[in-house]
Design a binder for this molecule. Structure first.
Ligand SMILES: Nc1ncnc2c1ncn2[C@@H]1O[C@H](COP(=O)(O)OP(=O)(O)OP(=O)(O)O)[C@@H](O)[C@H]1O
Ligand SMILES: [Mg+2]
Length: 260
């Protein structure tokens, strides 16, 4: 029976889709059967990040509207045969879709997969509730910025009102040099503020920014592998984002970063 995890945040643009795609890929790499589901209707981009946008025939809306069976809408990832994408490419949705509709569509996948990862839209309105109501656990993504942490805090309190058994946090886009110089919150500051354990720490990656990361197989690999292992083994080993800025060469690197 699949574990169904919603990847949410409150604040937009903090890395939900990136985390969904990369965590999915790393879980699949470890031999688990994974489906990543786009519930960001209208502003979908999980298909693009996962590199399957050219392969879409049916999507989640088609499944809900009974135009196809859920298996027909699944797309196998080119990167790993254990990873599938359930896209959402409709921009115009004729019918009113609620959480129950999405849950029903996903029910057909529960026996086929080990993990169902739901990419949630930003905000805390209809789309958020629709995605969250389908899940049994949640990963809240936040960056170390005050506004993102504040939104994560609000989202965590809303999640408590759902039947979500466990809630954890992924800190994305952290920079070791800025944490060391006291200009950015550390993962433990965030953990203390939110009162929820940090399951994963993903460093800021220039490769993402420059667009040279291919989405799900490139930079950030070590941190995402650690996140996947933590999830599988129910542990929370921390990715050491300070390491590259420690010691003699690390301090030089830290000083050089200030000049960029
Ligand atoms: N660790 C990172 N380092 C650098 N850039 C990142 C990192 N994580 C995500 N990004 C970039 O941040 C942008 C937003 O990421 P993403 O689309 O995953 O956020 P989101 O929370 O899903 O956004 P939305 O709320 O719009 O759905 C993307 O351009 C992505 O490549
Ligand atoms: Mg997104």
């Amino acid at each position: 029976m699949a574990k169904t995890i919603v990847i949410t945040s409150g604040k937009g643009g903090v890395g939900k889709t990136t985390v969904t795609a990369n965590l999915g890929y790393r879980l699949a790499e470890k031999g688990h059967r994974v489906v990543i589901v786009d519930t960001d209707f209208g502003l979908n981009n999980l298909d693009v990040v996962a590199g399957v946008e050219d392969k879409i025939v049916f999507d989640l809306i088609d499944v809900i509207e009974n135009k196809c069976r859920v298996k027909q809408a699944l797309i196998e990832s080119v990167n790993n045969k254990n990873l599938f994408v359930l896209p959402s490419q409709h921009t115009l949705i004729k019918s009113e879709i609620n959480g129950q509709n999405v849950s029903l569509a996903l029910n057909g996948l529960k026996d086929l997969f080990d993990y169902i990862l739901i990419d949630c839209p930003a905000g805390i309105d209809v789309g958020f509730h629709r995605a969250v109501s389908c899940a049994d656990s949640a990963i809240v993504v936040t960056t170390p910025s005050v506004s993102s942490i504040r939104d994560a805090d609000k989202v965590i309190s809303i999640l408590h009102s759902y039947k979500i058994s466990d809630i954890s946090v992924v800190v994305n886009r952290i920079r070791g040099d800025l944490v060391l110089s006291g200009k950015m919150y550390s993962h433990s500051d965030i953990e203390k503020t939110l009162g929820v354990s940090v399951l994963g720490i993903i460093p800021e990656s220039d490769a993402f920014i420059l667009g040279i990361d291919d989405g799900i197989t490139g930079i950030g690999a070590k941190a995402f592998k650690m996140l996947a292992t933590n999830l599988i083994k129910n542990q929370n080993k921390k990715y050491d984002y300070l390491k590259e800025y420690s010691g003699f060469w690390g301090s030089i690197k830290k000083e050089l970063k200030k000049l960029i």
